[in-house]
Design a protein around this ligand. Structure first.
Ligand code: DC
Length: 228
């Protein structure tokens, strides 16, 4: 473990319980929770509000250069990290279904990935990070000491997401939601740069038949075995 970074990476498709589990693992270890998806969402919101022509690479890079992005720990009673974009609190705004799809779209642009990967590596430099996303074990932190890939059946994930959205007062069309989940998986897996895929050295956990608590405890056991 000497040549490895004291970093936990947790990757997988949407709706596998990644965020809740990552937050709990980070809390239990007193590590910092790095929600990389929130960063892609914030960039998506910035592009959307700028009315950017995404085919215009120069405009896109210019917009990225001017971005100011800060992540804050989740507030009291909140599931999600706080996100400050250009000085404005966008923590709630970036969590809509529309922003999920936009984030997935902008995450395919090399300029976006370059910028966010660099920012994430800077944040992770000192170690003691639990990084959650799609490529944290493969691209962002290939030398992380502990890598996990969480997976579950799309139907299971759809039901979890539906529950989450309903609890926020959003109405849900389950069939439509399932289609969106499958499309987002496909897009995230198909992009040519840093696609969603399992790191060779990641431990794969199917969260479909386990509770969040069971998954968290399984991971903590693995990590603590080697934690010095
Ligand atoms: O985890 P999330 O649902 O908040 O992520 C939103 C989108 O951002 C996801 O569809 C793909 C993209 N993403 C990415 O490409 N790489 C990451 N490390 C994290 C998220």
């Amino acid at each position: 473990m000497s040549h490895k970074q004291k970093i936990v990476t947790i990757d997988g498709p949407s709706g596998v319980g990644k965020s809740t589990i990552s937050r709990r693992v980070a809390q239990a270890l007193s590590f910092t929770y790095l929600d990389t998806g929130a960063m892609y969402r914030a960039v998506g919101l910035k592009f959307k509000e700028a009315g950017l022509d995404m085919a215009d690479e120069t405009a896109l890079r210019k917009c990225l250069d001017s971005i100011s992005l800060n992540l804050l720990p989740a507030g009291e009673g909140s599931e999600n990290v706080g996100v400050i974009l250009d000085g404005r609190d966008v923590s709630q705004e970036i969590r809509s279904s529309e922003m999920s799809m936009i984030a997935s779209r902008v995450s395919a642009f090399p300029a976006v990935r370059e910028k966010l990967t660099y920012m994430q590596q800077e944040i992770g430099k000192k170690g003691e990070i639990v990084a959650e996303g799609r490529d944290t074990g493969t691209v962002v932190f290939p030398r992380a000491a502990w890598k996990f890939f969480l997976d579950a059946d799309p139907e299971v994930r759809m039901h979890r997401r539906a529950k989450q959205l309903r609890s926020k007062g959003e109405s849900v069309d389950e069939e439509e939601l399932l289609k969106m989940i499958i499309k987002r998986d496909r897009d995230d897996q198909a992009r040519s740069i840093a696609p969603l895929c399992k790191a060779k050295d990641a431990l794969i956990i199917d969260t479909g038949l386990m509770t969040i608590d069971e998954v968290t405890q399984t991971m903590l056991k693995v990590i603590r075995k080697e934690l010095t």
